[in-house]
Every structure is written in C-alpha cells, then in structure tokens.
Design a protein. Structure first.
Length: 184
C-alpha cells in the first residue's frame, strides 16, 4: 500500500523541490542504517552503505512504481546493498601486502570504532533478546524486530500485521518487560 506522504514528497521532488528529497532521506535514514548494521555489524561500513543506498534511491527514483510502498522499496535497496557488500568482502592475508603497508593496516585494525569484544557483546545481547522473545512469544519477537531492526513505526507494523494499533503497542511493551525481567 503506497504511503501518500511519501508520494507527495516524490512528486514535489520531480517538480523541482529538492528539499522534499531531503525529507524522504531524513525519514528513512535510521531504518536503513539499522537494517544495514544488522548485516555488516560495523558502524562506519553501515554509514557508508547507507549513503550508497540513498545514492541508488536517488538514481532510480524515476523507476519507482508509485503503486508500491516507498519504504519497502528503500529497505529492499538497503538490504541488497548490504548483501552485495558482504558478497564482495573477502578475507585478505597479510602476506598479500608489502611489509610497509602491514603496519598501517594493523594500526587501522587496532583503532577500529567497535572493538571485537563490544561487537561480540552486542551480538550476544541481540541473540539473548531474540531467544527470549522467540521462546516466549513469536508475536512479541515479530513486533519487536519490525520496530527495532526494521525501523517501522507502530502504525506501519499494525498495518503490516493486520492488527489493531493498541495491540501492537501492548505487544511491544510486553516484549520489553519480558526481556528486562529475564535479563535481570
């Protein structure tokens, strides 16, 4: 189902209002970043891929089918961008580098923004939350994951799951309480 606000912004952009494209990007920046981060697990790479995603959106905006949901289209582009990155990513051995570049490479690895221990802790927390919610209630996990990882708001989740808005909000709150109680 198309979002009328998004459609209006797209139409305004094609009429020459460049700020409308900025509004679209701002609206979907966080959901796109979150989705990509779930795949690549690196903040700076996720930022780069988020930018790449919006460049693709801008380049292909004329091809967007106005009868489709813009949000879904953007998130599909984001997912494909992340998957393309992961396919291209290859392990490099240090032997492949000249000795003078090895020190620079090691410095970059040591000064990475997210330490491996922090990334491991983050992965464990996500896995713990997922395990708790999936073992307790798949409905809670579905609502929680769409909100937190998918970047959907409660109204969009309600439409997507064909549930009343207050039910979705209640399930999200209950999911948070369940996780909080289990982790304490």
């Amino acid at each position: 189902m198309p979002n009328n606000d998004d459609q209006k912004l797209i139409e305004e952009y094609f009429k020459g209002n460049l700020k409308s494209l900025d509004s679209l990007i701002e609206k979907y920046l966080t959901p796109v970043f979150r989705l990509i981060f779930c795949y690549v697990k690196n903040e700076s790479i996720a930022e780069d891929l988020t930018q790449e995603t919006f460049i693709k959106v801008w380049r292909h905006l004329k091809k967007f089918d106005k009868n489709k949901n813009f949000r879904n289209w953007v998130l599909i582009i984001a997912k494909n961008t992340a998957l393309d990155f992961l396919k291209k990513k290859k392990d490099l051995s240090l032997a492949a580098f000249d000795e003078k570049y090895v020190d620079e490479l090691l410095d970059d690895l040591v000064s990475a923004e997210i330490a491996p221990d922090d990334l491991f802790d983050f992965d464990l927390r996500v896995k713990s939350v997922k395990d708790i919610l999936q073992n307790s209630s798949k409905e809670y996990w579905e609502v929680f994951s769409l909100y937190y990882f998918g970047g959907f708001n409660f109204r969009e989740i309600a439409q997507k799951l064909n549930k009343p808005l207050n039910t979705v909000k209640s399930q999200y709150r209950r999911a948070l309480l369940l996780v909080k109680n289990k982790l304490q």
